[in-house]
Structures are given as structure tokens and as C-alpha cells.
Design a protein. Structure first.
Length: 352
């Protein structure tokens, strides 16, 4: 796998451009590679991995076949190792801003915000929920401390060991990190605007048990202001539903309010949408525009389930759809990696 920086000049001729480097986009590289198709991958983030890397790298995943438990970042690392034989080229930190069909209708012009241009035979959109930003803590002065004392994701859990933490939110991320940091932080306070939680009931029960034992604090309320002294956040004022307030001393604020997803330029490409998702068929996961496919959370069809497992299945069928689009006169054969010398050669495991 190579990370290619943007360069001005002639368009890069590509079999396939994949928009999105999350787990489904990475597995799409693998499925295309088995069929002898090379991919270029574009993502707005600075590293491959999508939400798994950006939002919850340490979160355990339990429904990946043959892996009883797998960390989110571990899954990305495994996928990157799996696709290494196919030498996909990555164009990170840039957004696809335009997608247009070329004269003749069989190829596409693709351009990014960094000036990279592609002459692509097919396009696969694996953009998850689209481009996304975390919902931010909106109080005076908060923006000045983002990345230093106010955080919307945990990049390095060890950096918070021994610290006083104020965790905000009522979803899985907030509860998961509350439980994790109860073991390592010097003080953990969880504040949520209401008594009902969106997190898994087992996590809520575990949090309440920790609070009952005095190992963490649980407050119902919202942050109204930050306490700042000598250029640092020293605490926050939490207001309860009845209007009363309580000052919470803290070294760091971790706010997990969820994502604000935006389709961005994808919404302007003339593809058929349903509730901000791309409509696809279930034979080859092609969108309303021939030659443009969509896999993962960005697509919709009857019975759609937003699971990584489902996205992997979609990527397999989309690869065959792309092959048929690029080579309409070529007969397709289903080959197996266990027995196909061609596939084993592509994987680099064929006996010499």
C-alpha cells in the first residue's frame, strides 16, 4: 500500500477509484485485487480507517467472522495487511469534489480538493455516513482548547492515565470510555443531559454500579461554562434539569455527542438518494448511474443493515459488478482463493 500525495498535471489513469478508506473501502481493495483490478483510494481523513480509526480505535468489535473480539484499529490494521499484495494507492487528506462521466459514457473524470485528478474506469463510493464532524461542546472558550484539553475522540488512552476527566454524553462511546477510565484515571465524572441513555444496557448498569460504589461520579445535566485559570481549563459548571449547578474540577473534557454526517459533494452528483443514502441494486450494488457503485453505510436497499459484515458482502458483489462494467464482453468465472492459481499468484502465496 502506498500513500500518494496530490500532484498537479495529467490525470491518473485508474481501473477503479474508491471514495472512502474505512473498513468497507479497504475490503473493497481486496475484492477488486482478487479479480486483477487495481484501486486508487481517496479519503478526507489523514489516515485510513474511517470511523474505526478516527472515533473509537480501542472499541471492541464482536461480530467479525472468525475473530471472537477485535479492536476497531486492530481490524483496520488487519485489513491493511490483507490488501498489501494489491499495492493500492492512497490519496489521503483530500475530498472528492467532482465526478463527471466522460464523453462516450464508459469512463469518469474524478477530481479532489487537493487537485488530484483521475481518469477512472469505475467509481465505488464507500464513504460511510459521508464526510463527518463530531458535534462540539458549544460554550465560551471551548474552541481554544480543542485537541489539548477538550477532546471528541481518544487517540491515546494512556495519555489520560492519572488525570481528572469529565466525560459528556449518553451513548456507547461515552459509557465505554467511562468504564475504561474508571480503572486508570484519578477521577471520572460522567455528565449526561438526562437520566435515559442510548448506550448498551449492560454498560449503563456497570456504570451505575461504579457510581454506587463511589468509583466514579454520575451527574444529570449539561455543561454551561468552563472554568479557566492561567490559560488552562481547570473545571466546568454543570447545570442540572432543576436549574441547580455544580462545579466539577477536571484536567480534560471528553465530549461524545455523536457525529454530524454530511453527504457533501456526493449529494450534487445526480445519484438517486433515499433519506440521504445512495440507492443501489442488490445484484452488483450499482447506483442509479451505471459504472458508479456504493458499498457500506452510504447505500440503501430493501433490508439494508448497517453492519461491517454486510458491507464486506456488498464489496464482494460490487467487485464482480465493476469487472462486468469494465469488461462487458468477458465471461466471468467464480474462482476460489483455496484452489485458483491465478488468485494465489495475485495474493503472493502461489508456490514457485
Amino acid at each position: 500500500m502506498t500513500d500518494t500525495s496530490a500532484t498537479a498535471g495529467a490525470a491518473i489513469v485508474a481501473d477503479v477509484v474508491i471514495i472512502g478508506a474505512g473498513p468497507c473501502g479497504l475490503f473493497q481493495v481486496f475484492e477488486l485485487g482478487l479479480l486483477g483490478l487495481k484501486a486508487h483510494v481517496v479519503d478526507t481523513l489523514a489516515a485510513a480507517g474511517g470511523q474505526c480509526t478516527e472515533l473509537y480505535p480501542d472499541k471492541p468489535i464482536y461480530d467479525i467472522p472468525a475473530l471472537p473480539v477485535c479492536g476497531a484499529q486492530e481490524l483496520i490494521d488487519r485489513l491493511q495487511a490483507q490488501i498489501k499484495p494489491f499495492a493500492a494507492e492512497f490519496h489521503l487528506g483530500q475530498e472528492v469534489v467532482s465526478l463527471a462521466r466522460q464523453p462516450g459514457g464508459r469512463r469518469f473524470d474524478v477530481a479532489t480538493s487537493a487537485g488530484t485528478r483521475f481518469d477512472a474506469g469505475a467509481v465505488i463510493i464507500a464513504g460511510g455516513v459521508g464526510s463527518f464532524q463530531p458535534r462540539r461542546l458549544v460554550v465560551d472558550g471551548a474552541a481554544d482548547f480543542e485537541g489539548s484539553q477538550i477532546h471528541y475522540r481518544v487517540r491515546d488512552a494512556a495519555a489520560f492515565a492519572g488525570q481528572r476527566l469529565l466525560i459528556l454524553g449518553g451513548g456507547d462511546s461515552a459509557l465505554d470510555w467511562t468504564l475504561a477510565f474508571a480503572e486508570t484515571a484519578s477521577q471520572v465524572t460522567l455528565a449526561h443531559r438526562r437520566n435515559e441513555f442510548r448506550a448498551a444496557p449492560a454498560s449503563v448498569a456497570q456504570m451505575q454500579a461504579l457510581a454506587g460504589a463511589g468509583r466514579i461520579r454520575h451527574l444529570t445535566g449539561t455543561v454551561q461554562s468552563l472554568e479557566i485559570a492561567h490559560g488552562k481549563v481547570t473545571g466546568a459548571l454543570v447545570q442540572a434539569p432543576d436549574g441547580s449547578t455544580e462545579a466539577v474540577a477536571c484536567d480534560h473534557v471528553l465530549a461524545f455527542f455523536g457525529l454530524h454526517p454530511k453527504l457533501g459533494p456526493i449529494a450534487e452528483w445526480g445519484l438517486e438518494l433515499e433519506k440521504k443514502a445512495l440507492k443501489v441494486d442488490t445484484e452488483k450494488f450499482q447506483t442509479s448511474e451505471p459504472g458508479i457503485f456504493a458499498v457500506g453505510d452510504i447505500n440503501t436497499y430493501p433490508g439494508k443493515k448497517k453492519l461491517i459484515l454486510s458491507g464486506f458482502h456488498e464489496a464482494a458483489l460490487a467487485a464482480f459488478g465493476v469487472q462486468a462494467w469494465l469488461y462487458p464482453d468477458k465471461k466471468q468465472f467464480l474462482q476460489y482463493t483455496t484452489t485458483s492459481p491465478v488468485m494465489q499468484k495475485r495474493l503472493g502465496v502461489a508456490e514457485s
